[in-house]
Design a protein around this ligand. Structure first.
Ligand code: ATP
Length: 367
């Protein structure tokens, strides 16, 4: 496999002096679906726009298909972009919206027709080719926008929050369509979203950004299971990870929860890696899925069992989310709804094998 898109130490400083992206490094392989994710203002659109050639790269190198393209015009970069607002031409039919970019490039009309028809078939747009954009639903307009990119047959598809204008249900079905389309085209996708569910469901690898800095680049599973720092732990996954503030006891055997004094026994592996933190404060974190209330888990995890007042239960069908406070922290546990919650004050336990520790100062996962 060859790298399709390489960003080497890419930085963006806007003319007003604002440093929006710091030292972005990634090698994207052909056929990957890369999702740039992060909260508003983290620099994800700026990064995508630098790849598209819509923003100048302040320093660093951008290589597409083996060629350095920092100074190559957008139209010559082998990329096609799908925007959030679709940017369709209102006065043109669906057919002409899709054909337009090829017409201005003076592609042979027979070839244009073939490419438009092929894209229309892939996207289920054949019945709508003579309609104008305002005669289409939001999802159909979105497909036309994608169709305009497909006809260009680019090396890389760039998509900037393409689903954000759709309602939740349509977003779900368009997500599925995009995944199928990606498989069919076998092209490289770079996709921007602030929605971590989109990131988890679509990406082959996710790039999480914050304040212009890349926080972690990993597969969805790796990012979910092993977040690199506290920010990623809080950003990826619904509900977000549970955090407990505390410290490691002087023998390096227990995590002592600060606001309750409760002790949690560390696993043998944790005792090995936590050596530098003996007597120091750390953050313990675990996913709601690994906080249990059933008898079998309680029996197996006696040294990490605690009591919590359940304030609120959110029913999600097969699962319930239990909300409560443990000392100073709000805790959310995700349990099968068949588990009966007998009392408001209930015993819960952590599976310490699925607990992470984070350095309070660097915010990095201790490993
Ligand atoms: P959103 O999800 O809100 O679009 P984003 O992560 O895509 O956010 P960017 O649009 O990349 O964020 O912007 C990153 C930062 O750069 C923001 O703080 C933004 O205010 C700033 N910025 C964007 N464009 C300019 C500009 N032309 N001049 C100066 N600063 C800018």
């Amino acid at each position: 496999m060859s790298a399709d898109v390489i960003l080497k130490d890419v930085n963006k400083v806007y003319p007003n002096g604002f440093h929006a992206v710091y030292d972005f490094n990634i090698e994207i392989q052909k056929g990957e679906f890369i999702v740039l994710a992060g909260p508003s203002g983290c620099g994800k659109s700026t990064t995508l726009r630098m790849v598209a050639g819509l923003e100048e790269i302040s320093s660093g190198e951008l290589i597409i298909n083996g060629k350095k393209v920092n100074n190559v015009a957008p139209k010559d970069r082998d990329i096609a972009m799908v925007f959030q607002n679709y940017a369709l031409y209102a006065h043109m039919t669906v057919y002409h919206n899709m054909a337009f970019s090829l017409t201005i490039r003076k592609v042979d009309p027979v070839e244009i027709h073939a490419r438009v028809m092929k894209a229309a078939e892939i996207l289920g747009l054949v019945p709508y080719l003579n309609r104008k954009p305002k005669q289409l639903s939001g999802g159909q307009r979105q497909r036309v926008a994608v169709g305009r990119a497909i006809v260009r047959d680019p090396v890389v598809f760039l998509l900037d929050e393409p689903l954000s204008n759709l309602d939740a249900k349509l977003r779900g079905s368009m997500r599925k369509e995009l995944m199928q389309l990606h498989e069919r085209l076998n092209a490289t996708f770079i996709y921007v979203t602030h929605d971590q569910i989109e990131a988890l469901t679509l990406a082959t690898r996710i790039v999480v950004m914050k304040d212009g800095y890349v926080q972690q680049i990993a597969t969805p599973k790796e990012m979910f299971d092993n977040p690199e720092n506290l920010f990623v732990a809080g950003f990826i996954g619904t509900p977000p990870m549970n955090f407990f503030q505390g410290s490691i006891d002087e023998n390096g055997e227990y995590f002592v929860h600060e606001s309750t004094g409760m002790k949690f026994k560390l696993t043998a592996h944790q005792q090995e890696i936590i050596g530098n933190y003996i007597g120091k404060r750390v953050t313990m974190a675990t996913r709601a899925e690994y906080i249990y209330i059933d008898d079998a888990h309680l029996a197996d995890n006696k040294e990490s069992t605690f009591e919590m007042n359940i304030d609120y239960v959110e029913y999600l069908g097969a699962y319930n989310l239990l909300y409560g406070n443990f000392g100073d922290e709000q805790i959310i546990s995700k349990v099968y709804s068949r588990e009966v919650i007998e009392a408001k004050n209930t015993k819960l336990c952590l599976d310490m094998n699925n607990v992470h520790f984070f350095d309070i100062e660097t915010t990095k996962r201790i490993r």
